[in-house]
Structures are given as C-alpha cells and as structure tokens.
Design a protein around this ligand. Structure first.
Ligand SMILES: [Ca+2]
Ligand SMILES: [Ca+2]
Ligand SMILES: [Ca+2]
Length: 398
C-alpha cells in the first residue's frame, strides 16, 4: 500500500513535468489497467498475509486458551487432591465399632478391615450405589434400575463379619462377637450403626433427582463430600462448579466445563499413576495390611485363596482433558444401562464377602480391566481417550 502511494504520483509527475516526451513515451492507456492489475495482485498478497497473520494469532489464541484451561483444571484438581487424600488418610486412625474384643486376632483383623471398608464406602461414596440399594427383602431379584421406585430403595446397611473355616466346623463372627454356624444373612449377622455422615448423604440423595439418572454420579459424590466440609467448601469459586446434567446436584468442573470424576478405589490406574506402585509385596495397603482375600464357596466349603493383587490404593480424581472424554473404566456401566454395575459393601446377604473382590476384579461388561484402568475396548466410545486426561496421580504431566 505504501509503495503504491509513492509510485502512483510518479507517472503523473513525469507526464506533467516532462512535456518534451514523445507521445510514444507517454504512459499508454494500457498502463493504467496494468497499474490496476498490479495493485489488485498486491491487494491479494496483503489479504493473504493478513489471513496468515490472523491464522497464526488465532492459533496462538487457541493454544493460550488451552494452556489456561489445563492450568485451571490442574489448580482445581490439586485442591481436591489435598482434601480427599487428607480425608482418606484419616480413615486409618478411625476407631472401629467392634464391640467384642475377645474374638481371635485373625478374626479381629478381618473384621476391622471389613468394617473400615464399609465406613469408607459410606463416608467417601463414588457412586449412587454406595448410598442406596434396593431392599432385597422386598424384592430379592430386583436389580436397581433408574425405574426403581424410591420406596424400595434403602440405605446400604453396613454388615461385617468374619468367617472361620476350621476343618471341623465353619462359623462366622460378627462385630458383636456373635458366633453363627450358618452363612451370614441380615437375620444372623449384626450390622453396625451407620455413621452420621453416611446418614447425611443418604438423606440428601434418597427421594431426589440424584436417582433419576446416574449421569456423573461419581462427580456429584465428590462434590457432596467437599460440600459436607465447610473448610473445604470455601476453597472453591463458582467458576469451578457446574451441573452438567442439570439434575440439581453440582459437580466440580474442569477448564472445558466438564465434570471432574472421582474413584475412591482405582487399582486399575496403577500403570498410569505416579502415586500407586501396583506392587502389593512392597507397598502394603494400610486398609488391608494382611492382604485378606475374599471367601469363596468351593464344594460346600468356604475357602479363602487370598488376594496377592492388593497394594496401597490412592483415590483417583480425573478430568477428561481437551478431548472431554474420560476413557477410564469406572464400572459405572453403559450410559444406556446406567451406573449400578458395582455394588460395594456386604449388604447383599447372598454374597456378603465379595467386597474385596469387587475392588480388584476385572469387569468384562465394560471391556475388561479393573476399576480405574484405561478403556481398551476399541468399540467403546471412549477407547484410548485417557492420554490427555488430567489427574491427581500425575499433576506434573501434560
Ligand atoms: Ca447426575
Ligand atoms: Ca449434576
Ligand atoms: Ca481424555
């Protein structure tokens, strides 16, 4: 443009200042059109340069926004991580409500472990099913579904007992020290009092829209845990909170305005984690230092093969990252068959010992993998989507 302005007057100067020029040297009429063509080319060049510059600055803007979103996500997850890890650690100094102290040491160890698991489930829920379940005494065959009426939903009853399998006789001991020669059930094994916090979560959830859909129930559980603690609650700004499924239950949101998810026990994430070794021999789980495994009924006898998979678990808090997909096996089930696939706790009298199993087992229904493992089923919508996630297990990354 500048060159054009400088050049433009020169032919007219020549024309007016040099009248001696022969007419053949006068700028021909065609030079006017060539001048126009030249300026048009220039204009196109300029436009393309502007376009390139705009492209570069849009790219820079996009990249700056993504960096900002990542930083925001990390900041929120860092705060959540500190609060949740502190709460998780507190469980290990918790007084256990075991009333009979004269039961054998191995029975005591197992009871403590089972009671602790139940307290953690009640007070640090990561799914709706940690809080409510269908009353089996009302309808034993009922699988809890979205359509389940609220009046057949009950608070999960904490139940814990120890099963001895001595050669001569098999018996069970509950927290009151009651011996039972039979397989435990609600009738012959005492549960223990639900904790105040467990009751509070139940009151908040039962009869509410929380149960009309399990969308983001793990994120909503995380919010509920923080919400219950005024000091923790104060650390978060309105911009870090949202309600993606508009059910009135809030979630913490990442930089892409998607819910930040939560798994209390995520053994499958060990391979991706900076915090979990995955090595049970070197890194004992304080929840289960004796590495107690589940009981199985084998040919009419209870056997406990042990569980050499256990290691120290660290709660997992995760954002889906820029692709907004989580790609993590939460065992919440398919969206069309919502979230009741894992039912922790020993509240099912038919299978009172499967709690530990649930933590460590793989689930073929969601493409295999333990809870917390990356989704490796290529047909799954969130296949391989975990790489860009931002989690509390690798805050130094991404
Ligand atoms: Ca929800
Ligand atoms: Ca919600
Ligand atoms: Ca992702």
């Amino acid at each position: 443009m500048i060159r054009k302005r400088i050049q433009a007057p020169s032919p007219s100067l020549q024309a007016s200042g040099s009248p001696a020029l022969p007419s053949s040297l006068q700028p021909p009429a065609s030079s006017l059109s060539s001048r126009r063509a030249f300026s048009l080319t220039e204009l196109l060049v300029v436009i393309s340069i502007i376009g390139m510059l705009a492209g570069i600055s849009l790219g820079a803007l996009y990249s700056a926004r993504e960096t900002g979103r990542k930083a925001k996500t990390k900041a929120t997850i860092t705060k959540l991580d500190m609060i949740i890890q502190a709460k998780y650690a507190e469980f290990f100094s918790r007084r256990m409500p075991i009333q009979n102290r004269r039961i054998p040491p191995d029975a005591m160890a197992e009871l403590k472990f089972r009671v602790l698991q139940e307290i953690m489930r009640m007070e640090m829920p990561d799914r709706a099913r940690d809080i409510v379940f269908p009353r089996r005494e009302v309808e034993p065959s009922l699988a809890l579904t979205d359509a389940a009426p609220v009046d057949i939903l009950a608070e999960v009853k904490p139940l814990a007992s120890y099963a001895a399998n001595s050669r001569s006789d098999q018996y069970f001991i509950d927290i009151q020290g009651r011996f039972s020669p039979m397989k435990p059930s609600f009738a012959n094994v005492s549960g223990f009092q639900r904790t105040a916090l467990g009751k509070r979560y139940f009151r908040r959830v039962v009869g509410s829209s929380f149960l009309t859909s399990t969308n983001f129930d793990s994120a909503e559980c995380l919010y509920m845990i923080i919400q219950a603690d005024p000091e923790a609650r104060e650390q978060f700004q309105p911009g870090e909170i949202g309600d993606a499924d508009e059910d009135g239950f809030f979630e913490f949101h990442d930089g892409w305005d998607r819910p930040i998810m939560f798994l209390r026990w995520a053994p499958g994430f060990a391979g991706e984690s900076d915090l979990m070794s995955g090595d049970g021999a070197q890194d004992l789980d304080p929840m289960n230092p004796r590495r107690i495994g589940d009981l199985y009924a084998d040919a009419g006898k209870w056997t406990r093969p042990g569980n050499d998979l256990t290691f120290r678990l660290v709660p997992l808090i995760y954002s889906g990252g820029p692709d907004k997909k989580y790609g993590i096996n939460s065992h919440h089930g398919d969206p069309s068959d919502p979230g009741w696939t894992v039912q922790y706790g020993s509240h099912d009298p038919s299978y009172p010992y499967e709690t530990i199993n649930k933590v460590w087992d793989t689930d073929p229904a969601v493409g295999g993998g333990r809870i917390g493992s990356p989704i490796t089923d290529a047909a799954h919508d969130e296949y391989d989507a975990y790489h860009d996630n931002i989690t509390n297990h690798s805050l130094g990354m991404n």
